[in-house]
Design a protein around this ligand. Structure first.
Ligand code: FES
Length: 114
């Protein structure tokens, strides 16, 4: 079962911007990349560093600690294999940013937000 959680106004996340939000005790980084909305866990799967200040190169977010890169649209590292960053669906509902949290234990969003 999934839940939709409002996390702010869409006006706060213009193209090229990011926003850190807290949901169910976890932190999530929201991105607007060329009008596309993305949400990723704010914890690097390598060693737990915060990703909120990581450099964004197109869709690739570079971890400020050791430099691993993750595609914010998929959570995957470039190439085959590697670590995966948890992602969650996010959408603009009548001007409100709405994060979808899945309560299914196998869901990456469950691991992120439960
Ligand atoms: S903690 Fe992110 S690359 Fe090491």
């Amino acid at each position: 079962m999934s839940r939709q959680i409002p996390v702010g106004s869409a006006d706060e996340l213009a193209p090229g911007q990011r926003k850190l939000v807290f949901v169910d005790g976890r932190s999530v980084v929201l991105f607007n990349i060329d009008g596309g909305l993305y949400a990723v866990e704010n914890t690097c799967p390598h060693n737990g560093a915060s990703l909120a200040s990581g450099q964004l190169e197109g869709r690739l977010l570079r971890c400020p600690a050791h430099g691993l890169r993750f595609d914010v649209t998929t959570g995957c590292m470039p190439g085959k294999g590697g670590l995966n960053l948890a992602t969650c669906p996010i959408r603009n509902v009548a001007g409100t940013l709405e994060l979808t949290v899945d309560d299914t234990p196998a869901s990456p969003c469950h691991a992120q937000l439960s």
